[in-house]
Ligand binder design. Structure first.
Ligand code: NAD
Length: 337
């Protein structure tokens, strides 16, 4: 498998570089322009040594620690970021650095994109999910009125630094949760990568290769379809159902755990068995008990009527996909729900 440590994301007027490797935090000043006022946004689960290492490279640094968890990706904390910026007279030439998972990354990026119509945003993702998925593509968001990611923007970071050593402190369940997004990308795009994920003995020992190859796939998609008009929908493989299952079970299971189940329903029998095997390898559920009616209702939630079609990503053969436009009724029938 390929493994270089620098990936350039070619987005018109907003190109940026993602650097992947070990022991990189101590060299953060090589990758980010830190000679200005910087606000670090993080959460209370992130080991303090990561923060200290980054902070030690910044002269004019402020720190905001937010309580961890999805429920805190909200308007109140978004306001807290803005209040901190205003209180300390941040101007358009200053910057924000997010150190944390997708919650901190999405919310800090959203604040960066709206404060003074946009200040520089740097990302240091520290979960596997955020390293392979939310670090690239420029989606920013907060949750509002119970709806996930309902308020947000498309806004590209100035640079992203992925120090895969930060994964060492991540709980194993979170690591396995993150690998689902890599599995999803491998299943739809790259059989070789799928086989690699199937055979490696450990995530941590192979984290650079996992992150690099996942990002290369997502890069090829987001560069062609920045605002999810078409191709980018392929990244939703397993997600339509996965989200609904996740919500129906009141977030008892992690996002990746539910997406894994979601993928099984949109695959041919052979692919289904292959996905089941790889999910088991990473201690991910291959079966979840959920209320089918509740899940169907949740999937229908945003649709005006049952005749509206939903773009479904379906996999017949590992390394490829088909986009099908199914009505909700067709989804229910085809999935055997
Ligand atoms: N912008 C995008 O394109 C995109 C893509 C996928 C997901 N997301 C968003 O990402 C979020 C989920 O991200 P996540 O799974 O990273 O969740 P998260 O940010 O909640 O992190 C998961 C948990 O791990 C802890 N943690 C993070 N890094 C750690 C480390 N190195 N050591 C120990 N603990 C650590 C966090 O405090 C948290 O408790 C969701 O809000 C989702 O909407 C965004």
């Amino acid at each position: 498998m390929k493994n270089k440590n620098s990936i350039k994301i070619n987005i018109p007027n907003n190109a940026y570089t993602i650097t992947v490797g070990k022991n990189l935090l101590k060299d953060v000043d090589k990758y980010f322009n830190l000679k200005r006022k910087i606000l670090i946004v993080t959460d209370d689960n992130i080991p303090v040594e990561y923060i200290k290492t980054v902070k030690s490279k910044i002269k004019d640094c402020y720190l905001l620690v937010i309580e961890h968890g999805e429920k805190n990706k909200n308007f109140t904390n978004y306001q807290k970021i803005l209040q901190t910026l205003i209180k300390h007279n941040f101007n358009r030439s200053d910057a924000i650095i997010a150190i944390g998972g997708g919650v901190i990354g999405d919310m800090s990026a959203f604040a960066s994109s709206t404060y003074m119509r946009g200040i520089d945003f740097y990302n240091i993702p520290t979960t596997l999910l955020s390293q392979v998925d939310s670090s690239i593509g420029g989606k920013t968001a907060i949750d509002y009125m119970g709806v996930k990611n309902i308020v947000g923007t498309f806004y590209q970071p100035k640079a992203v630094l992925i120090d895969t050593d930060t994964l060492k402190s991540l709980p194993r369940r979170q690591l396995n949760n993150g690998i689902v997004e890599s599995i999803k990308m491998a299943v739809t795009f790259d059989k070789k990568f799928f086989n690699f994920l199937k055979t490696i003995p450990d995530i941590l020992k192979n984290s650079d290769t996992i992150v690099y190859n996942s990002l290369i796939i997502k890069k090829s998609v987001v560069e062609k379809d920045l605002k999810e008009k078409n191709l980018r929908k392929v990244l939703n493989f397993g997600h339509t159902l996965g989200h609904a299952i996740e919500e129906s079970l009141n977030l008892k299971y992690l996002h990746g755990e539910c997406v894994g189940i979601g993928m099984l329903y949109f695959s041919s029998d052979t692919v289904k068995n292959e996905i089941k095997d790889i999910l088991s390898k990473y201690n991910l559920p291959t079966k979840l008990k959920f209320d089918k009616n509740k899940v169907i209702k949740l999937m229908a939630h945003d649709k005006k009527s049952n005749s509206d079609t939903i773009s479904i990503i379906y996999v017949d053969k590992i390394g490829s996909y088909k986009i099908k436009k199914w009505t909700l009724n067709e989804i229910i029938c085809n999935m055997g729900l």
